[in-house]
Ligand binder design. Structure first.
Ligand code: ADE
Length: 239
């Protein structure tokens, strides 16, 4: 997978990708992330890419031409599956969306700033607008980092244990069950006996029951979304 990130702050962005799992994924050649400094596409000698909004409202708007030039340059080099714009009025990011994006070959992510971008860019270039939540960030960089993290960790070979990405919260519409590791007894706080019993079918059932209970308590809205068919697939196979 290749991801091209269009940003006013390439240094801030590269910080996220130079550490840990995301950096290993790049070294292994599983994902190729490129940063493009939008100032390099400025039409002014000061490097600015924003301008005053028509109609006299407060704030600045990212201009259409420099952004269009950057996107078109990339499009002349390869075909992109999606051109994503990060904005608070986009579609809410979710695990199914991360799953879907993880199947793509080439993505562009445009990080919004100021009051946003000229609407013509959204109409003529952007294929998908994503928000990471109902709050306003100073820019789309953090949103782009969140999206990339959620997508890249799903790519085959990125996480050592392939099973663990599938067992994440939200992958089957439920929150993940509690996890424990050694010691089995810490200050008298014991790991549930069932996890030590060695019976995998029983353990799977326990995990499923815990996931259901946790979801019921913390995110009942997720259970509402699961129709009966989905509830069936969420049940452990060996039950
Ligand atoms: N840019 C500013 N706020 C944002 C948000 N909540 N999601 C995505 N991009 C943003």
């Amino acid at each position: 997978m290749r991801i091209d990130i269009l940003t006013l702050f390439p240094n801030m962005m590269s910080m996220f990708f130079d550490e840990s799992i995301l950096s290993r994924a790049q070294k292994k050649g599983i994902v190729d992330v490129h940063f493009h400094n939008l100032h390099d596409y400025s039409l002014s000698r000061y490097g600015s890419v924003d301008d005053y909004p028509y109609g006299g409202a407060a704030g600045m708007v990212m201009a259409v031409e420099p952004l269009a030039n950057c996107i078109e340059k990339l499009q002349s080099e390869r075909t992109y599956d999606d051109i994503i714009y990060t904005a608070p009025d986009g579609q809410q990011f979710s695990q199914p969306m991360a799953n879907e994006l993880s199947l793509k070959q080439n993505l562009i992510i445009l990080c919004g700033h100021y009051k946003g971008v000229d609407e013509r860019l959204r109409e003529h270039f952007i294929t998908r607008e994503i928000s990471i939540g109902d709050y306003v960030l100073t820019g789309g960089e953090l949103a782009a980092a969140v999206i990339c993290d959620a997508v890249i960790r799903l790519l085959p070979g990125v996480i050592g244990d392939e099973q663990s990405a599938l067992a994440d919260s939200f992958q089957d519409g439920l929150l993940a069950p509690p996890e424990y590791t050694r010691p089995a007894d810490f200050r008298g706080w014991r790991v549930p006996d069932i996890l030590l019993c060695g019976d995998h079918a029983k353990i799977e059932q326990w995990r499923y029951d815990q996931a259901m209970e946790r979801t019921r308590q913390r995110r009942p809205d997720l259970l509402d979304k699961l129709d009966n068919a989905e509830k069936k697939t969420a049940r452990p196979k060996n039950k």
